[in-house]
Design a protein around this ligand. Structure first.
Ligand SMILES: Cc1cc2nc3c(=O)[nH]c(=O)nc-3n(C[C@H](O)[C@H](O)[C@H](O)COP(=O)(O)O)c2cc1C
Length: 209
């Protein structure tokens, strides 16, 4: 499936075929594709919990407004934005840039300073926005990759974040922008046509707000 087709065909699927196993190899393929997402300074400030175990999915469903798809999908991915991504990944990014010739060794310090100053103090709103926007891009890449792999998906933010953090041992400083159900469309379900989309002229202007 090409990119344009994947974008056009992706839909948020409410009904997944229950009891369908997604092999770990396929899950890894999906995650590896999502992992090619762009990110601020290539800092990749995300983590993912793959929820596959039926009992764990039941727990997640309880935290997610009892949404049936959480239990029926083959897996549900808890997308986690990590504000510590700057410190955790900075050295490896800079090392790789140096090794591959993206920058001269003497520029390393300047780049490190820029990364730290651009994305603010560890607990700042700037840092939270940095982590969340990049994890959102990862999530979108994942949903399109799923389509390309013959899978369906559904993003959700209808959940109690504190509940998910408690049940899945996620540290308090992390952010959960969304969870994403992945699997196959339930047999016999026909999707309704795509709903309302704003005309682009309503929100696009050229050269000024
Ligand atoms: C961040 C995010 C959170 C969402 N949360 C939910 C949710 O909790 N439950 C739900 O049924 N749909 C949820 N949706 C799905 C939207 O309703 C859906 O994307 C929208 O209606 C457009 O439909 P489409 O994705 O099929 O194009 C969410 C979508 C996004 C992007």
């Amino acid at each position: 499936m090409d990119t344009i087709e994947a974008i056009k065909e992706r839909r948020s699927i409410n009904f997944f075929e229950p009891g369908v196993d997604l092999p770990d190899e396929k899950i890894r393929e999906l995650l590896n594709l999502a992992n090619l997402s762009p990110s601020s300074f290539d800092l990749q400030p995300w983590r993912v919990i793959v929820v596959k175990d039926p009992e764990r999915k039941k727990t997640l469903r309880r935290c997610a407004m009892n949404q049936q798809k959480v239990e029926e999908a083959s897996i549900v991915l808890i997308m986690i934005a990590d504000p510590d991504g700057v410190e955790k990944n900075m050295d490896r990014v800079l090392g790789s840039w140096q090794e591959l010739g993206y920058m001269k060794p003497e520029m390393r310090g300047a780049y490190a300073d820029m990364m730290k100053s651009l994305y603010g103090a560890k607990d700042s709103l700037t840092r939270k926005i940095f982590a969340t926007k990049n994890t959102g891009l990862f999530a979108m890449n994942l949903m399109l990759a799923a389509k390309g792999l013959g899978l369906e998906s559904h993003p959700m933010d209808g959940f109690d974040e504190a509940c998910i953090k408690k049940e899945f041992n996620i540290p308090a400083d992390k952010i959960i922008p969304m969870i994403i159900a992945v699997g196959h469309l339930k047999k016999g379900i026909n999707l309704l046509p795509r709903a309302f989309r704003r005309e682009i002229d309503e929100f696009v202007t050229y050269n000024s707000y």
